[in-house]
Design a protein around this ligand. Structure first.
Ligand SMILES: [Zn+2]
Length: 344
């Protein structure tokens, strides 16, 4: 088999069979501190696809950073075919500030593909596109819910993309949902550049969540195995059947007040299921939030103090709610420990 050519990035040359962290200059902070886009490159001895994995495009979505830390230590990555470009923290500014946004208050995931002479967000988007995305054949972008919200681990798919549907199935998250591409998102810019991207959602902003960390790590390893980048050894088998959903609804607060949730992410609901209730502080006024559909709770707020109109529950519509909930609990029960020191 032919040995692959060295991988070139940012003027660095990475030999086949080696790995290195490359710091790509982005900007300088007002106090003279340099800001880099740091990319860990694992360039395999054997030829294969180039896969990028990115996290913290939203700076407070730290679960993806933890997934990446585990991924880079994972044993199957000791022998890789092709090249992995791992970017644990895309939005360094937001990560340092525990914020979803950039210091200029822009959302990086609405600024793709970016411009070299644009706003700070636009410049960062441009560097990420040209140095990482456009060098890859395929990508996985890791996200979580915003702060005070949690998401059931789920894959978001571009509608009508059969290759992504296959790789999403291989990822093996409990839920797969089609969601349209948003203008300015990494997913849309990458698709336009011919690079398919799977989006993983799991857990809560600024929090670690063991189930979401394991589901994300296991999913990336399964996709790498499906792409023949790594062997089967050390890659956990898929548990349960991913629940496919093409529609979902948000249930919003009918009034402001104190919110109690009665269902958790992964629970099955039926038309008429009471999802939660909102009361005033005196306890003499109470409103229930009732599901009008059958499905699975894929996201909810963790904030007990709500305004009228706040999003409380995200429910994916599926006709096989109870069976799907059993599949999801199979994921939970069976999530194997990756290695002993990962127990939290
Ligand atoms: Zn996000």
């Amino acid at each position: 088999m032919d040995r692959p050519a060295p991988f070139k990035i940012n003027g660095d040359v990475i030999a086949p069979g080696t790995r290195r962290t490359v710091d790509i200059p982005v900007s300088t902070l007002s106090n003279h501190t340099p800001v880099n886009l740091s990319v860990h490159v694992i360039h395999g001895k054997r030829p294969g696809p180039v896969l990028f994995v990115s996290a913290a495009i939203h700076g407070d979505e730290v679960i993806g950073v933890e997934i990446m830390r585990r991924l880079l230590r994972a044993t199957p990555l000791k022998s890789v075919a092709g090249t992995l470009l791992a970017v644990p923290i895309v939005n360094t500014f937001g990560f340092l500030n525990h914020s979803r946004y950039l210091p200029d208050r822009r959302d990086l995931n609405r600024c793709f593909p970016g411009l070299s002479g644009g706003s700070m967000a636009s410049q960062l988007a441009h560097i990420f596109m040209t140095e990482v995305v456009q060098r890859a054949d395929f990508g996985i972008d890791l996200h979580s819910a915003a702060i005070h919200r949690t998401n059931l681990p789920q894959i978001r798919l571009t509608p009508g993309n059969a290759r992504l549907a296959d790789l999403g199935q291989a990822f093996g998250a409990p839920v797969m949902m089609e969601s349209r591409l948003r203008e300015g998102s990494l997913r849309m810019a990458a698709e336009e550049a011919g690079v398919d991207v799977l989006l993983y959602e799991g857990g809560e902003g600024l929090r670690f969540d063991e189930f979401a960390a394991r589901a994300g790590l296991n999913g990336i390893l399964r996709v790498m195995h499906q792409l023949k980048m790594i062997g089967a050894k050390g890659v956990p088998r898929t548990r349960g059947v991913p629940v496919r959903a093409s529609q979902s609804s948000w249930y919003r607060a009918p009034r402001g007040g104190l919110f109690r949730g009665y269902v958790a992410v992964g629970d099955a609901v039926q038309p008429g299921t009471v999802l939660g209730a909102i009361a005033n502080a005196f306890g003499d006024v109470e409103s229930e939030v009732v599901s009008d559909m059958g499905g699975i709770v894929i996201g909810r707020t963790n904030m007990p103090v709500v305004y009228e109109g706040d999003a409380l529950f995200h429910v994916a519509e599926t006709s096989r709610g109870e069976a799907a909930a059993e599949d999801i609990s199979a994921h939970l029960d069976a999530a194997p420990l990756f290695d002993e020191d990962e127990i939290i």
